[in-house]
Design a protein around this ligand. Structure first.
Ligand code: C2O
Ligand code: CU
Length: 440
């Protein structure tokens, strides 16, 4: 029940139609990245250059595609722009990722790639254009569960018709389904040993939010977010998870040999995944008391306010719908800013910022959750206010800021910011010429 993995530095992925066996009966026609749903997992050591070439083999009616590596610190040209640098029908595009950030290696984390085409991201993601991109980092503690005990869980809902097909009908208030898939499998089970496992959970749904619990009443030990490992593990019995959020957790099945334990979505009362604890295995893994410190990104010098609101019946940011010809912020490379997000609407939003991770400053005027120190996709319930800080490192160019409830995004709840070089560069002093060594 896991998508295939490619660990090479050069990866080719065909975006193509495929009929995927999900339910009993007819297979489901989907758009796939490499023939499966979720698509091919790219798994790479940090600091290593990686080229991923996508070829658009879909029917011309699907239009041009663009692929965003969500969570990656990409250059603007390789970030999957919604309205430029597109992959034409029959065409290919190679995205280059250098695995570097702020003078060092990018942190280890669970990223995912997906189509980001303007106006039709919801359709393209619903049809299946999503896959994992995992960055492994030798600076992360080596004692965490690894290898066969480090597993991704990609949760997504779909609505199937009587012929097991998933026609997409846009609804600005979200497209959801009544069937829940984990790694593309309906009502899956996983045989596990009585030991600790690391699960990298991604909410790959277009719109739906989950609240995860274990039927055993056991806790999750959260070790990471979208942006890699937390400063310290956090024990949680229940976890809310909006679209595009990732939860990196350890679950310990010790003492539960012979039991069947479910991963449950409390909001719908659905058993998403059954763990069958069938084997006794030794456990040499451990969770250190401290994991990875937050990077020091300094204090913000500029504050910007972003209201995730509405205009004339459409979703918007600061009252404006997405316009590829408008830029709403021009932060300066190398500086740190404070961004304040508010939600005056009656629906939640998941705030996602491209390019760099953000550190939480306050939530609703108070302290941040210990499991939300650094992220790039933030759940913002109605009436909430979130303050984060972020430092614009390495790359200039255009990046997106949007709601990751993708129907809100397609309806207009997206904008772009352009990281610019220093506006008024101080003239560089001329180097004093070094005296040439005298010939003797
Ligand atoms: Cu995962 Cu701008 O998106
Ligand atoms: Cu939204």
């Amino acid at each position: 029940m896991f998508p295939p993995v490619d660990t090479n530095g050069n990866v080719s992925i065909s975006i193509d139609e495929g009929c995927v066996q999900i339910l009993d009966g007819p297979c489901t026609n989907m758009w796939t990245c490499g023939g499966t749903y979720p698509g091919l997992t790219v798994r790479r050591p940090t600091g290593q250059p990686t080229n991923v070439t996508f070829t658009n083999n879909l029917d011309a009616t699907a239009g041009e595609m663009t692929v965003h590596n969500h969570g990656n610190h990409s250059t603007a040209d390789n970030d999957g722009q919604p309205e430029s640098l597109l992959i034409a029908t029959g065409g290919s595009r190679t995205y280059r990722y250098d695995g570097l950030e702020a003078g060092g290696n990018q942190r280890g984390k669970t990223q995912f790639y997906h189509d980001h085409r303007m106006d039709v991201t919801g359709r393209n993601v619903w049809m299946g254009l999503t896959g994992l991109y995992i960055v492994d980092d030798p600076a992360d503690p080596s004692t965490l569960p690894s290898g066969e005990f480090d597993l991704p869980l990609v949760i997504a809902d779909r609505q199937f018709d009587a012929k097991n097909q998933i026609p997409y009908v846009f609804n600005p208030n979200g497209v959801t389904g009544d069937k829940f898939l984990v790694n593309g499998v309906y009502q899956p089970y996983l045989e596990v040993g009585d030991r600790k496992y690391r699960f990298r959970i991604l909410n790959a749904s277009n719109f739906r939010t989950y609240f995860l619990e274990l039927s055993s009443g056991d806790s999750f030990i959260q070790i990471g977010t979208e942006s890699g490992l937390l400063p310290a593990p956090v024990t949680r019995t229940g976890m809310r998870m909006g679209p595009a959020e990732r939860l990196d957790v350890v679950v310990n099945f010790a003492g539960e040999l012979g039991q069947n334990i479910y991963l449950v979505d409390v909001l719908t009362g659905t058993q998403l995944l059954e763990f069958r604890v069938t084997q006794h295995v030794t456990d040499d893994s451990s969770i250190p008391a401290t994991l990875r410190p937050l990077p020091d990104i300094g204090e913000p010098s500029v504050t910007r306010n972003w209201s995730f609101n509405q205009t004339e019946g459409h979703w918007a940011i600061n009252g404006l719908r997405f316009d590829p010809n408008r830029v709403d912020a021009r932060p300066v490379l190398g500086t740190t800013e404070k961004w304040v997000f508010t939600n005056p609407t009656g629906q939640p939003h998941t705030v996602h910022i491209h390019d760099v991770s953000q550190q939480c400053l306050t939530r609703n005027g108070g302290p941040c959750f210990a499991y939300e120190t650094m992220k790039e996709t933030w759940y913002l319930a109605p009436g909430e206010t979130l303050e984060v800080k972020l430092k614009f490192t390495d790359h200039v160019g255009m990046y997106m800021l949007h709601c990751h409830m993708v129907e809100h995004e397609d309806d207009g709840m997206m904008t772009q910011f352009e990281v610019v070089g220093r506006a008024d560069p101080t003239p560089r002093p001329r180097p004093t010429p070094r005296p040439r060594p005298m010939a003797h």
